[in-house]
Design a binder for this molecule. Sequence first.
Ligand SMILES: Cc1cc2nc3c(=O)[nH]c(=O)nc-3n(C[C@H](O)[C@H](O)[C@H](O)COP(=O)(O)O)c2cc1C
Length: 219
Amino acid sequence: MADRGISLHELDPRDRYKLLCGVVVPRPIALVTTLDENGAVNAAPFSFFNVFSENPALIVLGLQHKPDHAPKDTTRNIHRDGEFVVHMVDEALSVAMNDCAVDFPSGDSEVAATGLATLPSIDVKVPRLAAAPFALECRRQVTLNFSPDRELLVGEVLRVHARAGLVDEATMYVDLEAYRPIGRMFGNLYTTQRDTFTLVRESHAQWLARQDAKEAPKG
Ligand SMILES: Cc1cc2nc3c(=O)[nH]c(=O)nc-3n(C[C@H](O)[C@H](O)[C@H](O)COP(=O)(O)O)c2cc1C
């Protein structure tokens, strides 16, 4: 019988989540700070996250509502003032990142609870985390609602703060050895990015030259 794959329409949402999150790996993690209406700094991790454009500089976050269908604190705060800071997570920040996913009551600051130090941002009011390797000051561009419980947030990156020694500002190259980012696999499984390899991207002319060299008679 022909392989018909797995129809997502025939899976319940929980199994779809497990399948898609196991397949699309590793995913980067955004540890997002926002400000609540009383000025408390909220922090929460999101692995439905990526950058997808540099001109304009845009990132996306997949925001799932809570089981009672209420928006998470991060979502509520971004709805209200449109500002947030995305922190990239390195190996040293991984435990604190996970602590920030605890379902603290609304109004409790994960930043205060975990003892994470903050620094002021420049383009947004939301403070950034001092311990993060990179902090991206962001402003909401647009929010797309795909169901009562799921929205996609597109944010513009206004400014990037880098820990000293991570970026060569003459070339904009990032020192991966010094950075040590982590990624999310699925569930409680994470990965480091220590085992990398290089593939050089070719032009069509280079590709043809390589085929010719392969086919040329030896000797
Ligand atoms: C590594 C990791 C990745 C997560 N990714 C997401 C995500 O992409 N979308 C989401 O809605 N929740 C995600 N969560 C769950 C939220 O972090 C969690 O619900 C958090 O308590 C929300 O906090 P808040 O109410 O302060 O915004 C993730 C949790 C972890 C540990």
